[in-house]
Design a protein around this ligand. Structure first.
Ligand SMILES: [Zn+2]
Length: 240
């Protein structure tokens, strides 16, 4: 357990957070000292990215309510507690602020790359790293050769997480941010969990297709969770 304050907001990091970051950072396939450094850098990129995402929620919540929120990082993510009641309108803004903070950090990284390597090359390099199935240019290979290996692996993880986690977080899957936004607009809870189950199931299949087993397990679990919530409703039990 690690406790500290950031912008006067209490932050608690659960031990399982480090395990999750280790797994996502490729900890199971470490080979030698270089591999260990790469994983540690990826873990640092994950820590910063998730903290900034949760700070987006927390700072917006404090700005709107003047009540100090708190942040907790758990395995494979985190959450910000407003510590007060939010109106639906406030809640909507607070929920959006997390993914928007992630996209903001992504854009800031792209701007740094543009500053380092010029507008055309820096921008192309950022988009090539974020969408690795697109064609690389000679300038991308040149930048990769020029960059320190560790800096390259940090920047790659950082761009990836801030772009793709923000996108995934906006999928209409409860309790992800997108699922909460969807739930605030849809009256039928049954429909919210049904859409969540189908979307998470499709995402899990996509992860399998791209051979990313951790993503497949995570979204498979979310699909199951949404299925369970539906069962609770149709079983006539209370749900929260
Ligand atoms: Zn969030």
């Amino acid at each position: 357990m690690l406790d500290f304050k950031l912008f006067n907001i209490p932050v608690r990091i659960q031990p399982l957070f480090w395990l999750g970051a280790f797994v996502i950072g490729g900890g199971f396939s470490i080979q030698g000292r270089e591999g260990l450094i790469t994983t540690l850098l990826a873990m640092a990129a994950i820590l910063i990215s998730i903290l900034v995402h949760e700070l987006g929620h927390a700072l917006t919540s404090r700005k709107l309510t003047r009540v100090n929120p708190s942040i907790e990082l758990v395995a494979f993510g985190g959450f910000a507690r407003p510590n007060t009641h939010l109106t639906p309108r406030e809640s909507f803004r607070v929920t959006w602020a997390g993914p928007l903070a992630g996209f903001g950090l992504f854009l800031a990284t792209v701007v740094v790359l543009i500053g380092l390597f010029g507008p055309a090359d820096g921008f192309h390099f950022a988009s090539f790293v974020t969408f690795p199935w697109t064609d690389g240019r000679a300038s991308d290979l040149l930048i990769m050769a020029e960059m320190n290996r560790h800096a390259l692996s940090f920047v790659t993880t950082f761009l990836w997480i801030n772009f793709w986690w923000s996108v995934l977080n906006l999928l209409p899957v409860f309790p992800l941010d997108g699922g909460q936004i969807y739930a605030s607009m849809e009256e039928s809870a049954l429909k919210v969990f049904r859409v969540g189950m189908i979307t998470a199931g499709l995402a899990a299949l996509a992860f399998l297709y791209f051979r990313m087993p951790i993503g497949a397990i995570l979204f498979g679990f979310l699909a199951y969770q949404n299925y369970q919530r539906q069962q609770e409703i149709t079983g006539g039990r209370d749900f929260r």
